[in-house]
Design a protein around this ligand. Structure first.
Ligand code: A3P
Length: 332
């Protein structure tokens, strides 16, 4: 039973923005964008124009239920993987992993929809009342931008963080593939400078991760903070933590019969990447090809791109920004 949505996708052309939002945009600080001509500093984070419109709509209209789960990430930190895992964990009694599992024929982004890119894009207000419980949604919004109802309800947030070195390389590759030709190429050096100045969608990334990190320490029942590198190293352990947090813990019997391994395999990079829907499909994210969502899926690929001066610059930034927070990353 896959959920069928009839939802328009956000496009990102500035000319499609409603006049009242154009007025908002004209009052915001701007910088050159990565895949749109401009990024705008909105509520303290950098955003593409259409996203601002959608985010305002999410903030005004989305009412979180106590049982809702929000998958939160900064782009390219493993969103696709976390969506797949959450979907597979909470729905594990409904499907056969070999035969009718929706992840075999749908990209994870079609099963766990973004609030701002899909559900509330283009000024639409979706009817979410008929969705099965728990409703799974996703967002790239920083914690502080989430609607009041998320903070006030017992809804849960799962945040996946990735080391900023690999995240940068992943973003650069992805955006080079989907960037309109009219904007011309974006060199690694220029992109890195933007990244280090915090000018990246939903960034600065250090504010993004610290917001969720601090909340996860203060309210561990509300926010589960996961790290991509740790998940890669011990997927089973973190799947157990995730399942428990979501309120769907694995039973001893499930552990004995290898259910965790089965889900882990189903959602693995190697498996998802080879599925027809992810090799040839389109449109899980905007009109882009799904195959772009699967590149290497490794920890430490950044060594192939970073010069010594880049390593020094990003290391210094991370040390300064994360100082005293207790948050750290594995780079390999
Ligand atoms: P790389 O570009 O380093 O390969 P997002 O899903 O947030 O867009 O993040 C994309 C990154 O996650 C890409 O990293 C992609 O290859 C990797 N990825 C996609 N699916 C994955 C999976 N099932 N397991 C681990 N990594 C995955």
């Amino acid at each position: 039973m896959a959920i069928v949505y009839n939802i328009a996708e956000a496009s990102h052309a500035e000319e499609e923005i409603a006049p009242e939002f154009k007025e908002i945009l004209s009052s915001l600080p701007t910088e050159k964008g990565w895949r749109t001509p401009n990024l705008y500093l909105f509520q303290g984070f950098w955003c593409q124009p259409k996203e601002i419109q959608a985010i305002i709509s999410v903030q005004n209209h989305y009412k979180a239920k106590d049982s809702d789960v929000i998958v939160a990430t900064i782009p390219k930190s493993g969103t696709t993987w976390l969506k797949a895992l959450c979907f597979a964990i909470v729905n594990r009694e409904k499907f056969d992993y070999q035969k009718n599992h929706p992840l075999l024929t749908s990209n994870p982004h079609e099963l766990v929809l973004f609030l701002e890119y899909k559900l509330y894009a283009n000024n639409q207000i979706p009817d979410l009342s008929t969705l099965p419980t728990p409703r799974l949604f996703a967002t790239h919004m920083p914690l502080g931008a989430l609607p009041e109802s998320v903070r006030e309800s017992d809804s849960k947030v799962v945040y996946l963080c990735r080391n900023p070195f690999d995240t940068f390389v992943s973003i650069w590759h992805y955006l080079c593939k989907i960037r309109p030709e009219s904007l011309g190429p974006l060199s690694l050096e220029e992109a890195f400078d933007m990244y280090c100045r915090g000018v990246i969608g939903y960034g600065p990334y250090w504010d993004h991760m610290l917001g969720y990190w601090r909340e996860s320490i203060e309210k561990p029942h509300k926010v589960l903070f996961l790290k991509y590198e740790e998940m890669k190293e011990d997927t089973t352990l973190y799947m157990k933590k995730l399942a428990e947090f979501l309120g769907f813990p694995f039973s001893l019997e499930e552990e004995k019969y290898g259910v965790i391994e089965e889900i882990s395999k189903l959602c693995s990079f190697e498996h998802l990447k080879e599925l027809e829907v992810n090799k040839k499909g389109k449109g899980a994210i905007a009109h882009f090809e799904n195959k772009n969502l699967f590149r290497k899926g490794e920890v430490g690929d950044w060594v192939n791109y970073f010069s010594p001066s880049m390593v020094e610059r990003l290391t210094n930034i991370m040390e300064e920004k994360l100082a005293g927070s207790g948050l750290s990353f594995k780079l390999f």
